[in-house]
Each structure stands twice: as structure tokens, then as C-alpha cells.
Design a protein. Structure first.
Length: 224
């Protein structure tokens, strides 16, 4: 089991920012199981958390994911998980931001949280002089490119007892080759891009901290 800092309790109505856990590189399944345990064991007083990590190479299939969207066996493991969405790839050089949030306490609906996550990525990309956008019905963040458009961030959540886990993944500086062996997010021929290929030189840790700060500010504003 992945080791994370003990959960913290907060006073009812406290205007708290989520606690930040900087996990460094982790194995996907261990992190997933830790998120499930955190969510199952939390109470109404448990502080929300944001986990930052990057994973070893793995394909994950969401609840609606179909194995036929994995086009070729290239030796990278495939894991069926409990988030929304289809298939995506995680690997070194990609920042993953997990959001363990009590939606009831923050007066948020899941669709609003999705929009909040997308807007954080879009605002960050704008600060890098990149024009990005979200698409209704296809969660994530996209940019225009010569071939049409390319996806730079994927998003999927799970809600259990009014609390979320899973989150978003933004491509920073990674080997994008494994995306060619899947239909990214279930879309045949969808192009995928990353910050490095767009001329943005940032580390995974740096990008994660910026996104976590932006997300924390928005979530704090949701409390009474």
C-alpha cells in the first residue's frame, strides 16, 4: 500500500484549502488503492486533499472503457479501474493531479468540478501563451494544431458517498509513442501533444504545484 501522510480533521464549516501531498513517482495501482482507502475511511470532518504524482508506464481503462480501444499489445500493462472515461496512458513526464474532495461540503456538483479542473489547465496554458479549450461531452483540454486539434490533458473522476477521487493528467515532457497504440479516450485518430513539443520547458513538479495552487484557490472559494 502506498504510504501517505495521515488524514487531518477540520472543524465544521472551516474555510480550509485542500492539503497537498507531493508523492513523487508512484506505481499506478498502489496509488489508486490508496485513494479508494482514503475515500472509504474519510468522515465529514476529513480535510480534502490534492495528490501530485507521475506514474510508471500503464494504460488504464475507465468504467466504460472497451478493450478494443487498446489497438496493439506493446508490453505496457493494461488495468481496468473505476474512474469515468475510456482508455488513456500514464507514464513518466506526465503530471497527475488527484482530487480527493467532499463535494457536499464544498457545494459542488461533479460537472462543476470537471469544469473547474479544465479551467485550471486552460488558465495555466494561457500563462504559457497557449490557447486551449474544453469540449462539451469530451472531458479534457485541447489545443488547435496543424492537423486539427490535439489533446494535452485527460480527466476522469469517481464519486463515492459524495466524495471524489482520481483527477487529471497533463502531458509535460514524456514519450508520447504509447498513445499511438490506443484510441486516446476512445477516439480513433485523436492527436496527443505535450508542453515540451509546444515550446514550454517546465518540470513535472513545477507544473503540478502551479495547478494545485490554482485548484486550491477555486475550491476554497466554494466553502461558506
Amino acid at each position: 500500500m502506498l504510504q501517505v501522510a495521515p488524514r487531518e480533521e477540520i472543524e465544521p464549516g472551516a474555510n480550509s484549502v485542500p492539503l497537498l501531498q507531493r508523492l513523487g513517482p508512484t506505481a499506478y495501482e498502489a496509488t489508486w488503492r490508496a485513494m479508494q482507502a482514503f475515500t472509504s475511511e474519510r468522515s465529514a470532518a476529513t480535510a480534502d486533499e490534492i495528490w501530485l504524482t507521475e506514474h510508471e508506464p500503464i494504460y488504464t481503462l475507465g468504467l466504460a472503457g472497451r478493450r478494443e480501444h487498446v489497438l496493439r499489445d506493446n508490453g505496457i500493462p493494461v488495468l481496468k479501474v473505476d474512474r469515468g472515461g475510456q482508455v488513456t496512458y500514464h507514464g513518466p513526464g506526465q503530471v497527475v493531479v488527484y482530487v480527493l474532495v467532499d463535494l457536499v461540503r464544498r457545494r459542488l456538483g461533479v460537472r462543476e468540478l470537471v469544469r473547474t479542473l479544465e479551467s485550471c489547465v486552460i488558465e495555466f496554458l494561457e500563462s504559457c501563451d497557449l490557447a486551449a479549450y474544453a469540449k462539451g461531452g469530451a472531458p479534457g483540454v485541447y489545443l488547435a494544431c496543424p492537423a486539427g486539434e490535439a489533446k494535452i490533458a485527460a480527466l476522469g473522476l469517481r464519486v463515492r458517498n459524495g466524495c471524489t477521487y482520481h483527477g487529471l493528467a497533463l502531458n509535460v515532457n514524456m514519450d508520447l509513442t504509447p498513445f499511438a497504440d490506443i484510441d486516446p479516450c476512445g477516439y480513433r485518430g485523436l492527436a496527443v501533444t505535450q508542453l515540451k513539443d509546444l515550446g514550454v520547458e517546465r518540470s513535472v513538479d513545477e507544473v503540478g504545484l502551479v495547478l494545485a495552487s490554482m485548484l486550491s484557490t477555486r475550491l476554497r472559494a466554494r466553502l461558506p
